[in-house]
Design a protein around this ligand. Sequence first.
Ligand code: NAD
Length: 440
Amino acid sequence: MSAPVCIIGTGYVGMACSLGLAELGWPVHGYDISPERIDRLRRGIPPYREPGIEESLRKHIDEGRIHFFDDIHAAASGARIVIVAVGTPARDDGSADLSALRAAIDQLATVAFANWPTIVVRSTVPPGTSDKLAALVEQWADLIYAPEFLREGSAVSDFLNPDRLVIGCEQPSAAVAYVNLLERLQKPVVFTSRCNAELIKSCSNAFLALKISFANEVANMCDTLGATSDDVLRGIGYDQRIGSEFLRPGIGFGGPCFEKDVKSITHVADQHGLGKELFAAMLRVNDAQPFRLIDILAYEMRSLAGATVGIWGLAFKAGTDDIRDSLALRIVDELGARGVRMVVFDPAVRVAPLPPGSRMVTSALEATQADALVVLTEWPEFARIDPLSFARNLRRGIVVDGRNVLDSERVAAAGLTYRGVGRAPRRVPQTTALTPAVEV
Ligand code: NAD
């Protein structure tokens, strides 16, 4: 029996690592500072909703491949590899709060390891962080930096099917044990320095966020010019140098990663006297986007105060119940501040902090008992609801689709006013009519 891999932190990344490694056949010890979380995990209850996570957890607990610990000594002492996946949220000044990571390393320093361990930091950190941590632990461990690129909503399958593995280490020998763990994935490996690996992660997220802000700016231009962002962005995205991924307009990038990672890299640029204009502009565009949607709603409704608005979606993206830094919540807060009452439905989110007078409901149709409907998360099931089934419920007949997830023509055919993001009424024939052979 091989030595267990110890995973510190049982959040989105920690659980994906735990279940992914168990799937690859490795014994896993999960540890978290939250005893309640460990207690639930031992009973097979996952800390959040993800497709397949519950079944996978149950299977690996039953087969004895995963054990959960509330004692770091018991969890880590027999391990040769310790993966650290604790949170690194943004501080008020935009810098990354590394206190949980530092606390985890300090706790590990008290463990009597049976073997010389390799600590693999997988949390997202600013450049320079893991070199400092490596110096702290050099008397008792190697430390490498291996960023994680998974997406919530497909976390375990992303862990098992990454585009690449990035491994930052100063001595290749320190990475051997970790590479062996993931050898079966047969993926390209970028071996590089720890600082380079940190930059690869932060700048990858910054680039994805840039594409979203770019798409939003294009869509806003389309709105003003009477153009259609679906066609414009599709036409841009077919260019293989650009690609269509993340080139979708909406309410902006939310969630626990993009905003904090862009803020963190902006902070680093600032600290080193480097240009931060591009990053700062992305954040400005992103901060403004939710207000654009509110402006559209206010324009269509003439007056917001006293209105009841149905909300479809609170999660920061489809496929997850994560509402951390969700821009949907920011929009809900702002609407509440403007005197709007909301009837809110999200297929995965059951409880959320809502403004006074607003409430969660348990079906999408119940949330249409309102003056207007606003779509804030791109759940595919919303697109499958026939607009005729709720057209009569909407007293003012207004639908604002902040994710361009609904079929605008079907909504309009149901007698409703439809507004999307960059989806002005069409003035020219659809480009699809001209190029059916390459349509996907
Ligand atoms: P999370 O908040 O979901 O989970 C963090 C876990 O760590 C929590 O369960 C917390 O109780 C635990 N923890 C905190 N301090 C601890 C300590 N000292 N010892 C043991 N456990 C401790 O975080 P997450 O979303 O999994 O993100 C973790 C890191 O991975 C962050 O740096 C994040 O930026 C990065 N990341 C996240 C994603 C994502 O999609 N969520 C993707 C890639 C990278």
